[in-house]
Design a protein around this ligand. Structure first.
Ligand code: PEP
Ligand code: MG
Length: 935
């Protein structure tokens, strides 16, 4: 005979049927059933119960009636429960009452049915009154049963019961249910019975077995109720699973002053402190505690009136934590001095608590360090490192309509400030007037950086996740929302409109770079710091240890077998220092052109660009050389002992020149006004800028192409790099410069430029009489370079994937405009699942990367491979980089901690079986050692 029913003590039998898989246990007896079985096995006092399987439910759906043997098995199980509790179902002298609850494999909260207090009849109710001396409690419970039975089993609408109760209370002048007396509830029981009779033409069954049978059937049916079907459709839960039914002894916390009920967390879910936190009420039901109608007592005061139950509760809570190896959120009831545990589940917690609990539990030996690292999500780390808006304040803002627009969440963190519509004013207000500012622009350009840095946050109405504003903001850890296209900025009137709302310059807004939300007004927030977060630092150290283990990747000779390293993108020494303090072990990208924008350098750069002769250009470059040397010197010093990748100039030269349109306006104005002073110079400049105009500058004269057309610039840069490196070496600093050539499309480009630059490197080292390790390599940003990687690696000693450009050129989507124009629609329409500028498109761009690595290493087996596009800080992309054999990922300093964690996750997820076993063995060995020592 098929087994449809399992008793509280039959977890082993269930496991046998499920072939040892806990997932299959859950599928058979449901989430709640498996939890109850597991708790009982752990030795916790759980009210005795039995569970009807999901298979029985499915059989019922097919047959339209109970399958053969089910009812008999329920009856037999009920007898076991009677034995265990010493009570009897339907016995007026000592009646057993049970609940009948649904419980599918996956939680479907509130979507299916429950009937409580089954077993109450006119006879047993009277018996219970005698037994408890509490008639009010008994008839309150009874009317609940009649009502639930009527609505769940017989399908009578709730209002049919609510109406007479309301009328009765009105008649009596009662406001609350608590005003009702025993006699009142007795009266209501009769009225509810009459409702059933009038609506359905049947009597409420006085046979408790009939109640149980019909309740079981009703729960089965509720699996195919509209609510449940809709919920499954929305959440993707299979309709074929069926629900289990749990029939469990009722435990009452409202049986008098020796009864109580409460909820507790085994540790503090906000801070993670190892101290229980909970509330309870004497003489109450569970929902009274949660509903917050009555003032609850803190859990520690339970000891005063119920020391024995309190003691037992504390012991059980500790046991549950040990058993589940996680913070538990428990529900309990004390029925006339006897403690019952009703439910336990892993407690929800804040990011701060998650990290503290994971680290504490590893230190307590409850979990391994690997498990601690696995438990923390990248979002947890993100939350801990960026100022955050207060949850309640956000909820309030949503209610009051101050949340006005949502854009692309470009750089995480929360910022509150006064709006300014250009970089100079933002900087001025911040520096001179000590204001907190938010710079708002349609988009940003390199000469807006000073305003961005001075601001608390940045908001743009155009651009996407790799737009200039987004890249710079992430690099400097400035909260930033881009592409908020509903905002209309009027730069002349100095205001912006969002729908009906108008924000004038100087007014306050709040920008949430984590979610992309923008609010008008000030939203309160909290700010953390990494150094003070001892547990986070510990956890990240463990993450690094995981990545540093040998043989964590199966790889051909020369490829890395350890996990990924995390490097950072940093242009200035102070960014490099921050990157190191956040745990970066290299600089993966220093964008040298940012240094050209410094106010005292820009005029020299412009002179260099506009030079008519090579001599004039060389003179300007000679002026720039000491500045660049100083920049690199600072970087090497900050990164003492670690590799520093310096990328040679990349953007088209027009980016360093004044804006063409603005200059044209100035020239026209001067002509109209007849002003001649300086007009000629401006006209010449305008002509030169016009001459530089390109229809498609991102695909124009930039990167290595520019270096070939105008090699003097990169020659100066290489000289500066090697002079700085030599000077640093003399000061005892260990330098590892790596010179990176951007935007290579064919190896021929490298063959042309690289030897010229290498000759300069050798010359400088000879001049300085110093030797040190160095490399020349290239970015892989153009699909052709990826496809021909085998040849490219003949020249390049390292590859670094510039996935911003590689994505742009592989998809053919403009990295500056796509998000604004169509990418969000594409995501909404399901054409793209993720934004490819945020998360590597594994099927396209990712494949090219994989190919490039495999081909490159055919030529150069130990080819160093990294990534320095924005994807280097994205956990999903980091996992891909691990899978295809990168040596490192490089991201903005502020994302380094997240990348360290994500790299460890990737290492653990993809470790070969042998590595998994080795760790388990080690842990077992360590644990055995401890025990031996103790003895
Ligand atoms: C890239 O293209 O991914 C890259 C890092 O270079 P940039 O963003 O400076 O073009
Ligand atoms: Mg690029």
């Amino acid at each position: 005979m098929k087994k449809w029913v399992y008793l509280f003590n039959e977890v082993k039998e269930v496991e046998k049927v499920a072939l040892g898989s806990w997932d299959a246990v859950k599928a058979l007896v449901g989430g709640k059933g498996s939890g109850l079985l597991d708790m009982t096995r752990a030795g916790v006092p759980v009210p005795p119960f039995f569970t009807v399987t999901t298979e029985a439910c499915n059989a019922y759906q097919k047959l339209g009636k109970f399958p053969a043997g089910l009812w008999e098995q329920e009856l037999r199980a009920l007898m076991e429960v009677e034995k265990k509790t010493g009570k009897k179902f339907g016995d007026p002298k000592n009646p057993l009452l049970v609940s009948c609850r649904s419980g599918a494999k996956f939680s479907m909260p509130g979507m299916m049915d429950t009937v409580l207090n089954l077993g109450l009849t006119d006879m047993t109710a009277a018996g219970m009154v005698k037994l408890t001396g509490n008639a009010r409690f008994v008839y309150d419970s009874y009317r609940r049963l009649v009502e639930m039975f009527g609505s769940v089993v017989l399908g009578i609408p709730d209002e049919a019961f609510e109406h007479p109760l309301k009328e009765y209370k009105n008649k009596k002048g009662y406001k609350f249910d608590t005003d009702m007396t025993a006699d009142d509830w007795m009266h209501i029981v009769d009225e509810f019975k009459a409702v059933i009779r009038n609506v359905q033409g049947v009597d409420f069954p006085q046979d408790p077995y009939k109640q149980l049978e019909l309740a079981t059937e009703a729960v089965f049916k509720s699996w195919n109720g509209k609510r449940a079907i809709d919920y499954r459709n929305a959440t993707g839960i299979s309709h074929a699973l069926g629900t289990a039914v749990n029939i469990q002894t009722m435990a009452f916390g409202n049986m008098g002053e020796d009864s109580a009920t409460g909820v507790a967390f085994t540790r503090n879910p906000s801070t993670g402190d190892k101290k229980m936190m909970g509330d309870f009420l004497f003489n109450a039901q569970g929902e009274d505690v949660v509903a917050g109608i009555r003032n609850t007592h803190p859990i520690e005061t339970l000891i005063e009136r119920m020391p024995k139950a309190y003691d037992e509760f504390m012991k059980i809570a500790a046991k549950l934590e040990k058993y589940y190896k996680d913070i538990q959120d428990v529900e309990f009831t004390i029925e006339r001095g006897k403690l019952w545990m009703l439910q336990t589940r892993n407690g929800k917690r804040t990011a701060q608590a998650a990290v503290k609990i994971a680290v504490d539990m590893a230190n307590e030996g409850l979990i391994t360090k690997d498990e601690a690292v696995e438990r923390i999500t990248p979002e947890n780390v993100d939350t801990l490192l960026h100022p955050q808006f207060n949850d309640e304040a956000i909820a309030e803002a949503k209610k009051t309509g101050t949340l006005v627009v949502k854009g692309v969440n470009a750089s995480p963190g929360a910022a509150v400030g006064q709006v300014y519509f250009d970089a100079d004013t933002s900087e001025k207000m911040a520096k001179e007037h000590k204001q907190e500012t938010i710079m708002v622009r349609p988009f940003t350009k390199p000469d807006d950086v000073h305003g961005m840095i001075a601001s608390r946050g940045v908001l743009t109405s155009e651009g996407g996740a790799t737009s200039h504003a987004a890249v710079v903001a992430r690099q400097f850890g400035i909260p930033c929302v881009v592409g908020a296209s509903a905002i209309k900025i009027d730069l002349d009137k100095r205001l912006m409109n969002v729908g009906e709302t108008v924000v004038q310059e100087g007014e306050w807004i709040s920008v949430d770079g984590t979610t992309g939300n923008v609010f008008v007004g000030k939203i309160p927030m909290t700010t953390p710091s990494i150094e003070e977060q001892v547990e986070l630092m510990t956890l990240l150290k463990w993450a690094d240890e995981i990545c540093a283990r040998k043989d964590m990747r199966v790889a051909p000779k020369g490829s890395p077998t350890r996990g990924l390293q995390v490097w950072a993108n940093a242009d200035y020494p102070k960014d490099a220092r921050r990157a190191r303090s956040y745990g970066a072990v290299g600089i993966g990208l220093c964008r040298t052109e940012h240094m050209f924008f410094e106010p005292e350098r820009l005029p020299i750069v412009q002179r260099m660009i506009l030079a008519d002769s090579s001599a004039e250009r060389t003179a300007a470059l000679n002026e720039l050389l000491p500045h660049q040397r100083r920049d690199f010197d600072g970087l090497f010093e900050a990164m003492d002992g670690y590799p520093v990748i310096i990328r040679l100039i990349d953007p088209p030269l027009h980016e360093f020149m004044p804006d063409e349109e603005k200059l044209f306006e100035e020239v026209v104005t001067m002509r109209v006004k007849g002003e001649t002073d300086g007009l000629k110079a401006k006209e010449d400049l305008l002509e030169s800028i016009k001459g530089m105009h390109e229809s498609n500058p991102m695909m124009g004269l930039r990167g290595v192409r520019l270096s070939i057309v105008m090699p003097e610039i990169v020659e100066m840069q290489v000289r500066a790099i090697f002079e700085a490196a030599a000077d640093c070496t003399k000061r005892g600093i260990v330098v590892k410069p790596e010179v990176m050539i951007p935007l290579t499309g064919t190896v021929k480009e490298l063959e042309w430029i690289q030897p010229r630059l290498e000759r300069i490197a050798s010359a400088v080292m000879q001049e300085k009489g110093i030797k040190f390790e160095y490399k020349f390599g290239t970015m892989i940003e153009i699909p052709r370079a990826a496809v021909t990687a085998q040849e490219v690696a003949n020249q390049a000693e390292f590859f670094s994937f510039g996935t911003n450009d590689l994505t742009q050129m592989t998809y053919g989507y403009s990295r500056d405009d796509a998000e604004r124009n169509f990418l969000i629609t594409y995501q909404e329409q399901g054409i793209l699942v993720k934004n490819p500028f945020q998360t590597i498109d594994r099927d396209g761009v990712g494949k090219l990367m994989q190919w490039a690595i495999d081909e490159g290493r055919k030529t150069r087996p130990n080819l160093e491979v990294g990534i320095c596009g924005e994807h280097g800080g994205d956990p999903d992309s980091i996992e891909w980089c691990h899978m295809i054999g990168n040596n490192y990922v490089s991201c903005s300093p502020f994302r380094v901690p997240i990348a360290r964690l994500a790299a460890a996750h990737a290492t653990l997820t993809h470790r070969p079986k042998a590595a998994k076993k080795a760790v388990v063995k080690k842990v077992v060995k360590a644990k055995t050692k401890k025990v031996v020592k103790k003895k």
